[in-house]
Design a protein. Sequence first.
Length: 188
Amino acid sequence: MNIILFGPPGSGKGTQAKRLVAERGWVQLSTGDMLRAAKAAGTELGQRVAAIIDAGELVSDEIVIELIRERLPEAEAAGGAIFDGFPRTVAQAEALDALLGERDSQVDAVVELKVIDEELIQRLVKRAEEEGRPDDTEEVIRNRLKVYYDQTAPLIPYFDEQGKLKAVDGMGSMDEVAASIAAALDKK
Ligand code: C5P
Ligand code: MG
């Protein structure tokens, strides 16, 4: 199974991906986590992307596609991938379709977590207090939302045309959202 968890920053993709890992044994592939790890480790890649992440802009398609490509065998061995925060652009989605196609695989479902902006901003400001992510300041949060609506939301019709889009109410508690995701995934 290959599942994309889709939605704006703060919609709960990472939280719900971790639950799916625990419950189903799949592998979480979070390009945001990978980029933050590279930045924290000070690798050449990390140094190249640091300013982009801190501004809430998107790293090039080539970089994130390569990060995903490297991890596909591991996810395949585990029986599934949960793509969290990837793809972010139509070009990334097309590249993912091609990479999986080469492996006789495909994206099986796209779960879109729907959360209103006001709630997203509240959650991210709270996360800033708890985790201190440098891109969770109010100014960068607003830019990340703009980048989402400009560059990532156009993926919604792309997935819809493929018949893969499952919209889920992301406004409830973590348990409620997890139950809605499970229902969407297991519905035949
Ligand atoms: O997915 P997450 O919100 O954790 O990503 C954090 C940051 O990583 C994004 O704001 C962006 O700067 C960068 N990113 C990216 N391209 C992706 C995923 C994340 O540029 N596909
Ligand atoms: Mg995340």
